[in-house]
Design a protein around this ligand. Structure first.
Ligand code: NAD
Ligand code: TDX
Length: 355
């Protein structure tokens, strides 16, 4: 798909979608249509650096609204869809799975049907070049023990309402590829971190609580392992998957940064202590508090990204050390971005303890 000109990005007002849009506007000549219904997780200020571009437009639309989604396809005539819109927080899926089923499964179905109908109306090169790229997670593969890594061949084994809904949407996307010939590509990525991350997720929550002198709630023993990837490295990978990936294929994306949760929190504390020491001079590690575990807490994720490296020439540029330091610095410098979230949408309370 070398001729792609207009990219329909769903969920572009979220954490990863906004990084994709900033990358597309800054580093390619593509035009971007951002389709987002603006849930609690969205923030249009995240797009301030690109919203003035004539190559950017915004549509406030729910992906479950078939009429509106069809209108957006017809009006903007996209060459590709990068589908990121989703409910994304595992803890919220434990407290209330319904939105996850509706948006992640039904919404993806609505989008697939709209893409199929729209592509039927295209001719020649445009029809062949059209792509539907589904952005998914490594959580669809389940939980690893101490050894091994997820590859593209790993059997699906989702264990939370969130990961089950993402697995279902992956299956729908593949089915639309096989059955209707929709040119689909998929990617499954590990944990992202970086600027503009909603403070319900581990890293931004610990930075903000660390600054406030509050307890840092580490679930269970803190020995669970996540494989961290800087969000801008993911955004570059996603554009490579969309523009160069083979139709029908999926690509695992990961940062080769496996770290235990408690170690992530310790490193964040050390960065904060260096950049802005506590008034009493004590280390923020003292604030770490081990709390009741997440129900069904996956033990370990680790991604083998060699296919994306080999076939797409992608490699992460950020190390975990440099990325974490940049991230802490960003939260220190951008309180005007996250403070209103704490005051309105989410105040940092524990989520997902289950019934
Ligand atoms: P996010 O929660 O920050 O953003 C999601 C965006 O989708 C928000 O802007 C929200 O308004 C929008 N949205 C939600 N429901 C919608 C609907 N019904 N219609 C239209 N828009 C809707 O999520 P994120 O962390 O940026 O994740 C983006 C995608 O990447 C998701 O599909 C997620 O599953 C996947 N993913 C995330 C990670 C991660 O570490 N965050 C890792 C791998 C994959
Ligand atoms: O307060 C906390 N304490 C804690 O110990 C929080 C919020 C989390 N945790 C643990 C749970 C996980 O083991 O930290 C780890 C990371 O938690 P999250 O930030 O909630 O991410 P995770 O559940 O791993 O899922 C993320 O990565 C994969 C994204 O939210 C998903 O959208 C993505 O698919």
């Amino acid at each position: 798909m070398t001729e792609a000109k207009t990219i329909l990005v769903t969920g572009g007002a979220g954490f990863i979608g906004s990084a994709v849009i900033r990358h597309l506007i800054a580093d390619t000549d593509a035009s971007v249509v951002n389709l987002d219904m603006l849930t609690y997780a969205a923030n249009l200020e995240t797009l301030a650096s690109v919203s003035g571009s004539e190559r950017y437009s915004f549509e406030r639309v729910d992906i479950r609204d078939a009429t509106e989604v069809a209108r957006v396809f017809s009006q903007h005539q996209p060459d590709a869809v990068m589908h990121l819109a989703a409910e994304s927080h595992v803890d919220r899926s434990i407290d209330g799975p319904d939105d996850f089923i509706q948006t992640n499964i039904v919404g993806t179905y609505v989008l697939l049907e709209a893409a199929r109908a729209y592509r039927e109306g295209l001719t020649g090169g445009a029809r062949d070049a059209f792509r539907f790229h589904h952005i998914s997670t490594d959580e669809v593969f389940g939980s690893l023990g101490d050894e091994g890594m997820f590859t593209e061949e790993t059997r699906y084994d989702p264990r939370s309402p969130y990961s089950a809904s993402k697995a279902a949407s992956d299956h729908l996307v593949r089915a639309w590829g096989e059955t209707y010939g929709l040119p689909v590509v998929l990617s499954n990525c590990s944990n992202n971190y970086g600027p503009y991350h909603f403070p319900e997720k581990l890293i931004p929550l610990m930075i903000i609580k660390g600054l406030a002198g509050e307890a840092l709630p580490v679930y269970g023993t803190g020995e669970n392992v996540r494989d961290w990837l800087y969000v801008e490295d993911h955004a570059r990978a996603l554009w490579l998957v969309c523009s160069r990936g083979q139709v029908g294929e999926s690509y695992n994306i990961g940062g080769k940064n496996e770290v235990q949760n408690v170690e992530v929190v310790r490193r964040l504390c050390q960065h904060l202590d260096q950049m802005t020491p506590r008034v009493d001079g004590k280390p923020r590690e003292d604030q770490i508090s081990f709390v009741t575990d997440r129900p069904g807490h996956d033990f370990r994720y680790a991604i083998d990204a060699s296919k994306a490296e080999r076939e797409l020439g992608w490699t992460p540029l950020e190390t975990f050390e440099s990325g974490l330091e940049k991230t802490v610095r960003w939260y220190l410098d951008n309180e005007d971005w996250w403070r209103p979230i704490l005051d309105g949408k989410y105040a940092g309370q524990r989520l997902g303890v289950g019934g």
